[in-house]
Design a protein around this ligand. Structure first.
Ligand code: HMG
Length: 386
């Protein structure tokens, strides 16, 4: 019998929006103690998209980095995970497929379940690669988190994308087979079809997240997942980075294990500056761990994925020998530095301009520093330029 093929994350690239709001400025404008944002929520900044940016442009900007390194020939599937979809019918991935010149011999589909769907995409990708080990799957997770102005959730907005190349013999991290799952209906957070902002019950959402975490953990152990002492590091879905601290503490209480903060803290460095990026957030946490100074070769990382509504999954990856030759810390640092700082008035004007309308033709000039732009609407169809 041949040994089973190792399958996992071969490459991981990050993108974010073109503007940035410092939360000190939001605190000053709203009369809030900045400590509430920095310490209470664990957030320093949030990325804000300009008029020519959306989930397609951010996703394509992340994925282009992967294609520049690996080409497109082995990609037969594109999964686009998002909860800020731009069309009720067409997958955002089809626009991305065209912008990136991906092979016509590929399947493209969008997946939705709040912040969770990138994890469903990753697991489905692993299944497809197991069946055809010479192929690769491009998983894109891209989102804009928008809440009402002056709401408690306003400082937890953000925008970002990741692209993951899933393949056999992965260079970064092998996906282990056991996963713990939990689904429970709860009205903690959702976005109705006629709204650009999410509806949220903040306190309920925190409880639902933590309950989902321990339930997914218990299922993980029931299914044969390793003991907590065999997991070296953790990263979690981070709607705001303090949520990772709450999750880590809850798991320690639930298992009775000693879990010092060093086992997750490094995973928060990108999310602190980008804000909530919904589906991308967990994988920004993974990127932050891999980009850190410590050599993680052979280390097992536990990942907790949560999507309101709600679906939870806990699973693990093992960091591969030589992974440091394949990480992208400098590209991500450059993307964060390329954002244009904006004041609260400019951010609020952009927020007010966000809409779902398609009935009026509009041309939007390219202005973000990234390679792809939302160019407007013509005949009710979205247009993009490169
Ligand atoms: P709030 O009412 O501003 O919260 O809403 P608060 O008054 O409880 O303050 C938050 C923390 O700041 C508290 O600490 C305060 O003590 C502390 P905690 O009790 O949590 O330990 N604080 C301070 N700390 C230092 N210095 C100060 C200070 N003042 C207060 N001066 C909430 C917070 C997160 C609820 C709100 O921002 C919200 O509704 N956010 C959106 C919902 C959310 O992110 N939920 C998270 C779980 S659900 C999830 O992750 C899914 C999601 O990503 C969507 C999806 O799945 O698609 C949202």
């Amino acid at each position: 019998m041949t040994s089973p093929t190792r399958i996992g994350i071969h490459d991981l690239a990050v993108a974010t929006a073109g503007h940035v709001l410092d939360l000190d400025d939001l605190a000053a404008a709203t009369g809030v103690d900045p400590g509430k944002f920095h310490i209470g929520l664990g957030q320093d900044q949030m990325s804000v998209p300009g008029p020519d940016e959306d989930i397609v442009t951010m996703g394509a900007t992340a994925a282009q980095q992967i294609i520049a390194r690996h080409g497109v020939d082995r990609i037969r599937t594109v999964f686009f995970a998002t909860e800020s979809g731009v069309d009720q019918s067409k997958s955002a991935g089809v626009w991305l497929h065209e912008l990136l010149g991906l092979p016509s011999t590929s399947r493209v589909v969008e997946l939705k379940q709040a912040c969770y769907s990138a994890t469903a995409a990753l697991q489905a990708a692993a299944g497809l690669v197991a069946r055809e080990t010479d192929t690769q799957v491009l998983v894109v997770a891209s989102d804009i988190a928008r809440y009402d102005l002056d709401s408690a959730a306003e400082p937890t907005q953000g925008a970002g994308a990741v692209a993951l190349l899933v393949s056999a013999d992965p260079a970064l991290a092998e996906l282990e087979p056991v996963a713990g799952l939990h689904t429970a209906h709860v009205d903690d957070f959702w976005r109705p079809n006629d709204s650009v902002t999410a509806v949220v019950d903040g306190k309920l959402s925190i409880d639902a997240y933590l309950d989902g975490f321990v339930a997914a953990w218990d299922d993980y152990r029931t299914r044969g997942g390793v003991d907590i002492d065999e997991i070296d590091l953790f990263t979690h879905h981070q709607p705001f980075t303090r949520m990772a601290a709450k999750a880590h503490r809850r798991l320690a209480e639930h298992t009775g294990a000693e879990l010092p903060a060093e086992r997750y803290e490094r995973s928060t460095v990108y999310n602190r500056r980008i804000g909530n990026s919904y589906t991308a957030s967990l994988y920004l946490g993974l990127a932050a761990l891999l980009d850190g100074d410590d050599d993680l070769t052979g280390r097992r990382i536990g990942l907790f994925s949560y999507g309101s509504g709600s679906v939870s999954e806990f699973f693990t990856v093992v960091v591969q020998p030589g992974y440091r030759d394949h990480t992208r810390a400098s590209e991500t640092a450059a993307a964060l530095a390329a954002r244009t700082p904006m004041d609260v008035a400019a951010y609020r004007a952009l927020h007010a301009g966000a809409h779902l309308g398609s009935r009026v033709d509009v041309e939007i000039p390219a202005q973000s520093p990234w390679p792809f732009h939302f160019a407007g609407v013509s005949g009710r169809a979205r247009q993009y330029s490169a």
